[in-house]
Design a binder for this molecule. Sequence first.
Ligand code: ATP
Ligand code: MG
Length: 430
Amino acid sequence: MSKTLQAIRGMNDILPEQTPAWRYLEGALADLLDGYGYKEIRLPILEFTELFARGIGEGTDVVDKEMYTFLDRNEESLTLRPEGTAGCVRAVLEHGLSGGGQVQKLWYAGPMFRYEKPQKGRYRQFHQIGVEAFNLPGPDVDAELIVLTARLWQQLGLADAVTLQLNSLGSSEARAAYRDALVAYLNERFEQLDEDSQRRLTTNPLRILDSKNAQTQALLVGAPTLADYLDEESRLHLEGVKARLDAVGIRYEINNKLVRGLDYYNRTVFEWVTDKLGAQGTVCAGGRYDGLVTQLGGKATPGVGFAMGVERLVLLLETLELLPAELNSRADVYLCAFGEAAELAGLGLAERLRDAIPGLRLLVNSGAGSFKSQFKKADKSGARFALILGEDELTARVVGCKPLRDDAEQQNIGWDALAQHLAACLQALE
Ligand code: ATP
Ligand code: MG
């Protein structure tokens, strides 16, 4: 026997028992974003490597260590997207969607790929739902993004399970000045830093702030803080975001060490965090990236966005048992037919029922089988009614209609009356 093949580590199948939860979450988000006027955009999964090198930035973990990059048959370097913002900006520029200062509010969903160490809540293929807004420089839209996510938590029952962390990275000048001060401070303590942080001191020093290493965190207690370097405009911007969150009663915690993993952020950054999932606690993260569009070759265009981790949110909903029971949709009706003539007639009847009762969940028995075996399958399907069509019923042009969830009697119903009868029975059970 040949060896059975397995999926790549960290790339998961999402099995039929899991997809209802995914659809529930994705559906809730699509409706929510509709309600706020955000439009869906669908983007390729593969892009030229250069897009991410320029967009996310060399020196970030994502670009240096986590990308799936390869040469295609034409010797061009391509990369499976590790995140969605760079591709979204690329598409917006390519199609002139942000030209003339026009406002765009967009969202996308789909798989992202990062070569990370797989563990609970962290995978190599994972899914994000991302939202981006262009040409809106003010704090109103930063707040809107946060407000709409807060509404989602409310709808899903997660409001008490997540908290909002907020920070401002300031202008790129302020950030650069702060970076210099931080590097100077940490250079004096270089030997005490963990190995990762030593490396980051030259590649991406701000990332040291969210190091998980306890000794490094202790060193940081005396370090200069980002807040002291914040430029006046950014400070006002942050106040504007806070005022709006206060106005709608959204609580937040200012976290001076929140810097985000990708290079392109400025001003507002935020994360929604839960303590219910262990180490992988960030379920949604985003911020402002006013410099990214120019970095990718476009005219200066303010941008702000976020991405949610779908796996982590589904896990959270499962962990807290917040998935509605009716998600695992069962059948309404199961049609059993005995003999080929009955099967043919049954098929026609089934299609007429689907025409007459929109949304009907009707399973037609496949693979023939004895009375006993078809009935067993009807029962297992969870259907409320079995329809029985044998030779006698065929001759009399009736169908046996048997309630499966109570002891009510089986009734013979004429073909022409069947749809109305079933619709009424199902309605009565609602
Ligand atoms: P983390 O600090 O957890 O690595 P990140 O800062 O790299 O997150 P972003 O690039 O901002 O994450 O992505 C947004 C969201 O996507 C994260 O908050 C998380 O919910 C999810 N996410 C990121 N990487 C993964 C992954 N490897 N597996 C599953 N979900 C992920
Ligand atoms: Mg990461």
